[in-house]
Design a protein around this ligand. Structure first.
Ligand code: HEC
Length: 120
């Protein structure tokens, strides 16, 4: 009986560890709604109109605007995200004349770390 209990405890411990490893840490994505950070406010003012209220993407004039939270956009280097914001890529307009260098950098970091939950 003792042995079985010990075994059961071990199974729970091992499974718990694997579960925590698989599900913990990564993938903690921040919300934009109700987010009082400066970056979230920049995002609300400049980006939600096309990328949706939570940056999840949306259909616009029959075209899919990509989600910034998952898929390929969530594999880009921060520098690439910055370049997309600064220089745009049709049909997305460039923001280098509307936002400061620091605002664009902060948005790129915000997208990677907060919306995509990446720390790489
Ligand atoms: C007028 C609509 C519009 C606005 C406003 C807009 N975007 Fe976009 N964005 C798009 C479209 C459409 C694409 C996809 C472009 C393509 O096909 O490559 C895109 C792509 C992107 C990508 C690249 C996704 C990838 O494939 O890696 C990023 C990053 C991005 N937008 C961030 C932003 C940020 C940050 C803002 C606000 C400062 C913003 N966008 C404002 C329409 C918009």
């Amino acid at each position: 009986m003792r042995k079985i209990l010990k075994l059961a405890a071990l199974v729970v411990l091992v499974c718990g560890t694997i579960f925590a490893y698989a599900c913990g840490g990564e993938g903690k994505q921040a919300r934009i709604k109700g987010n009082s950070s400066y970056e979230a406010s920049l995002f609300r003012q400049n980006c939600v109109i096309c990328h949706g209220p939570e940056g999840e993407g949306r259909m616009m004039n029959g075209q899919q605007v990509p989600s910034l939270r998952k898929g390929e956009p969530a594999t880009r280097a921060e520098e690439e995200i910055y370049k997309q914001i600064a220089f745009g890529k049709l049909p997305m307009p460039p923001f280098r004349d509307q936002l400061t260098e620091s605002e664009m950098r902060r948005l790129a970091t915000f997208i990677k770390e907060e919306l995509q939950g990446r720390t790489d």
